[in-house]
Design a protein around this ligand. Structure first.
Ligand code: S3P
Length: 172
């Protein structure tokens, strides 16, 4: 059974692209953050607030492993930080795992996250001035892990449909 893992920084479009890919490829999509929220019946913000980030990262790892072990074909949309903790990036090398890094520029990410940060505890409190610098540094730190993905797809200037087609072409 295959697992198609979509990864990349917050705001790169993982969930939107995974949803569309799921419809086109007729493979179910599971969003890792949503799965964690359902498990605890708390939002990501509430989990960070009540239990802290380390607890979240542990749960994130466990839930990712559970999904990889499930006996069906799945598209899995990771959280932006998933590849960077608990050696999760090593799991990209597993049998039947196809990992795709959705690569977005700092400009693209800033444009999207500046208007969409409230549900993201790591950036919710940043002012617009701080945010761009934060993204630039954070993306630099995380790139090593993102680059462990088997495939890379550039999302800058591409529509959702085009990106989904790019991924379908890779997987064909
Ligand atoms: C995080 C990204 C979020 C979510 C959590 C932490 C991160 O997911 O998992 O807020 O560390 O980058 P999205 O990338 O879907 O926003």
């Amino acid at each position: 059974m295959k697992k198609f893992v979509l990864l990349g920084y917050m705001g790169c479009g993982k969930s939107t692209i995974a949803n569309m890919l799921s419809k086109n490829a007729d493979i179910p999509f599971v969003d890792l953050d949503k799965k964690i929220e359902e498990k605890l019946n708390l939002s990501i913000n509430e989990i960070f607030e009540a239990h802290g980030e380390i607890y979240f990262r542990k749960l994130e790892h466990e839930t990712f492993v559970e999904l990889l072990d499930s006996p069906e074909n799945l598209i899995i949309g990771l959280g932006g930080g998933t590849p960077c903790y608990a050696n999760n990036h090593e799991l990209f090398k597993g049998d039947g795992v196809v990992s795709v890094y959705l690569k977005a520029s700092i400009e693209t990410l800033f444009g999207r996250l500046a208007v969409n940060k409230s549900k993201r505890p790591l950036i919710a409190a940043q002012s617009e001035d701080e945010l761009k610098e934060f993204i630039a540094k954070h993306l630099f730190d995380r790139s090593f892990y993102y680059n462990q993905a088997k495939y890379k797809v550039i999302v800058d200037g591409r529509t959702i449909d085009q990106t989904v087609q790019d991924i379908m072409d890779i997987l064909a």
